[in-house]
Every structure is written in C-alpha cells, then in structure tokens.
Design a protein around this ligand. Structure first.
Ligand code: F6P
Length: 317
C-alpha cells in the first residue's frame, strides 16, 4: 500500500481524525490525498495532497478542512463508476471514510460492489451508527446544546416560564435524551418513542397549580417542531411558552477532549487496519478498546436504551 485517501462529512473532531490519519500514514511512508466535498469530490476528481504540515493547527477546529456535501449523485450507478475510475486513476490503494450512517453506506457500496479497500470512522452528532457506542462529534454536540440549555434555564427560572428547546436528530433521539438528562429537563420528545401531549399538558397544569414555576421541554427535530409543541402547550394550559431552536450550532464548535482523543485513536487505528488488509469495516471503541465492526452492521438502524433515560428523567425532575 502506497497511497490512501480520506473522505469526510462534518462535525467536531473530524479534523482531529484527519490529522491523526495523515501523521500515522507518514510513519508508514504512505502518501495521503484528501477528497474534497465528500462523494461529490470523488466523482469529480477533486483531490488535494495532505502532508504533516497541512494538518497542523486543525486539532481544535470544528467542521472539516476537506469541505463536505450531501451527495445525491453517488446513489446513481454511472456516478459511482466515475468515482471508482478516479480512485484507480489516482493510484489510491485504500480509502478512509469519516462520517455518519449515510457515509458508511457509501463506503459499504465501494467495498462490496467495486472491491475498493475501505475503512470507516463513525463521525456524526446523531450517534446513530449501529454497533458503535459513541461516534466522533456526538459528545461535542451534546455539550454545545447543554451549554445553551444552561443559559436558557437562567431565564426560564427567572421569568417562571415554559421553554421548548428543539435539538437536532431527525431519526435519532441521542442528543435530546442526553441533553434532557444532563440538563435536568422535565420532558423529552424523540422520534423513537410515542408521546402523549395531553398527559404532558395535564401534568404541567397540575404542577403549575401546586406552585411549580418553570419547565424545560426538549424536542428532537425529527419528532416535532418546537413551535408546534409550544403552541399546543399554550392552548391547553393557558401558560406562556418560549421556543429556542438550537439548529446547526450543535454541529460546530471546538471538539471536546473526548472527541479529540477518540479521533486520534480511531484515525491511527484506521490506517493500521487498512494497511493490514481489512476492508468493509469501521473502527470504534468498545469498553475503551479499539475494535472493528462490519459496515453491513454499522448501517443498520441503531437502537438506544430509551427506557433507562426516561425512567431517570422522571425520577430526577
Ligand atoms: O446527521 C447530522 C445532522 O446534523 C442531523 O442531526 C440533522 O438532522 C441533519 O444533519 C441536518 O442536515 P443538513 O445540515 O443537511 O441540514
């Protein structure tokens, strides 16, 4: 193996992973190319040379220095073939894909359909890669959202108000559950669980009549719109509500130490297993140990232990 390439999505910790890959590759005298704009760059032959120097000063920076895209084109077979031709024309012997379940799906296609050696590094704020305890970026996202929530609580308590805070997660309630538990919130609505809004409004009315002053309700974007939930609460309880949609601030920011250390370890490990001939797997940490997981497992829908979170939130608020 002489030359590898890196392709990325964006979240905090991705740059730290790129740095780890490039500097590990240098130890093995491997050349490294960065693919610009995720799978679109692979299709359009957009590569840059990465060396030890080009990855200095990025360990603490969010996003990805390689830019990214949500490639719809890579679903089309003729576009996939262009990507594969570019991999061959650039003499790339192996590819490391850093991203979430969509990126892992693309990696699985390259490995299984076109026999390209590919190793994935799970990185997404959603933490929705199956078989993987924690993806790069998820810890930062929860901490960014929690920081915002702590500030919202100051006003919620002072003004005795109900706040509905919408967090990211179209299909996965990971951020919502963790922010709700770590932020001491009263309710959390996530895509994976049915929710009875009438019961919640009754509880708010009862609590209010007994002197409870404020509520913070977390809504994952994939479950409902924060504004819709707030309107229903106001209609049914006659209490004032405010809404905060945290949006993309959750995907940016300086990576936490958890994300940086994980990125350093997984980047290094990915180069090692790719050199050893592994393909169609992603790398991860399980109980602190480095492991590999088949990509066909990683792309399955992830199940999280919802009940434990809900029980604790109910007991602790
Ligand atoms: O998958 C990561 C994520 O941030 C989700 O939580 C969110 O639903 C989605 O991406 C937003 O996508 P986009 O940046 O394309 O609007």
């Amino acid at each position: 193996m002489k030359k590898i390439a890196i392709l990325t999505r964006d979240c905090a910790g991705v740059n730290a992973a790129i740095r780890s890959i490039v500097r590990t590759a240098y130890e093995f005298k491997l050349e490294v190319l960065g693919v610009l704009r995720e799978y679109n760059g692979l299709i359009d032959n957009q590569f840059i040379i990465l060396n030890r120097r080009s990855v200095s000063g990025i360990i603490n920076i969010g996003g990805t220095i390689l830019k990214t895209a949500r490639s719809k084109r890579f679903f089309i077979e003729s576009e996939q073939k262009k990507a594969v031709q570019n991999i061959k024309d650039n003499n790339i012997d192996g590819l490391i894909v850093i991203g979430g379940d969509g990126s892992m799906r693309g990696a699985h296609v390259l490995a299984t359909k076109y026999n390209i050696p590919v190793v994935g590094i799970p990185a997404t704020i959603d933490n929705d890669v199956s078989g993987v305890d924690l993806t790069i970026g998820a810890d930062t996202a929860v901490n960014v959202a929690l920081d915002a929530l702590d500030k919202i609580r100051d006003t919620a308590t002072s003004l005795e108000r109900i706040f509905v805070v919408e967090v990211m997660g179209r299909e996965c309630g990971y951020i919502a559950l963790n922010v709700a538990l770590a932020g001491g919130c009263e309710e959390v609505l996530i895509p994976e669980k049915d929710f009875d809004i009438d019961t919640m409004c009754e509880e708010i009315k009862t609590g209010s009549s007994q002197g409870k002053e404020s509520w913070i309700i977390i809504v994952a974007e994939g479950k409902a719109k924060g504004h819709d939930i707030a309107n229903i609460i106001t209609d049914k309880t006659n209490l004032e509500t405010r809404v905060v949609v945290l949006g993309h601030i959750q995907r940016g920011g300086h990576p936490t130490s958890v994300d940086r250390v994980m990125a350093a370890r997984l980047g290094n490990y990915a180069v090692n297993v790719l050199r050893d001939g592994l393909s169609d797997h992603c790398v991860s940490l399980k109980d602190g140990r480095l492991v590999t997981i088949p990509l066909d497992v990683a792309v399955q829908p992830k199940k999280i232990d919802i009940d434990t979170y809900y029980k604790l939130i109910k007991i602790l608020t």
